[in-house]
Ligand binder design. Structure first.
Ligand code: ZN
Length: 205
């Protein structure tokens, strides 16, 4: 099943409908009114997204399974893991804060990864799956709420502050999370919204 040679895309910045022809690897279509990139399919973009998403899944599991960091001050040591952070906040009566903290850094990225796998595996195998359209909608609905890179920068800034009060030992989970953030961001940057919808259309037509 071949995609049509010219299709219309609505610019998400200014709502202009633009007729876009078939693009080849490395080409980019920009909105003539506001200059926003409409689509920029990378060569093997879907394969790259899937590979980075699988890597991100493994690293996210590792990030939740090992100590994130250990603090040592006056002979006392406190080891923290990411899930334990949420449990401690919940125990202290901050249930909403626990959800607000762990949602954008673990919950939403994990849901996005599951959605990406649910989309990309059937698309790659050209299998008509009934969940492709809702999964596509969910993925692009969730993407603004993922704050993985914000969290990494926040942790690095707070480490400078905490380092003055206690000695900090970075755990395996910290490095796993940094690797996860890199893979997750790379998988999202290889994901082209227009290309995904065109592939979904080709699978469900
Ligand atoms: Zn525009």
């Amino acid at each position: 099943m071949n995609a049509p040679s010219a299709e219309r895309i609505a610019c998400i910045e200014c709502d202009l409908l633009v007729q876009v022809g078939e693009l080849h690897g490395g080409q980019r279509a920009a909105c003539p009114r506001c200059g926003n990139t409409l689509t920029a399919p990378a060569p093997d973009g879907l394969t790259r997204t899937l590979a980075f998403a699988l890597g991100a899944c493994v690293l996210l599991l590792a990030a939740n399974a090992f100590p994130f960091l250990a603090l040592e001050a006056k002979g006392l040591e406190q080891v923290m893991t990411l899930p334990r952070t949420a449990v401690e906040l919940y125990r202290d009566g901050y249930a909403t804060l626990a959800v607000l903290v762990l949602g954008p850094i673990i919950g939403i990225p994990a849901l996005m990864l599951a959605t990406m796998l649910a989309l990309l595996v059937p698309i790659r195998r050209r299998v008509r799956a009934p969940w492709l359209v809702p999964a596509g909608r969910l993925l692009f609905l969730l993407s603004p709420w993922s704050m993985v890179e914000v969290f990494v920068i926040g942790v690095l800034v707070s480490l400078v502050k905490i380092g003055a009060m206690a000695s900090v030992v970075l755990g395996i989970s910290f490095w796993a999370y940094v690797g996860f953030a890199v893979c997750f961001t790379a998988s999202l940057s290889s994901l082209d919204r227009f290309e995904i919808w065109r592939e979904i259309e080709a699978c469900t037509a």
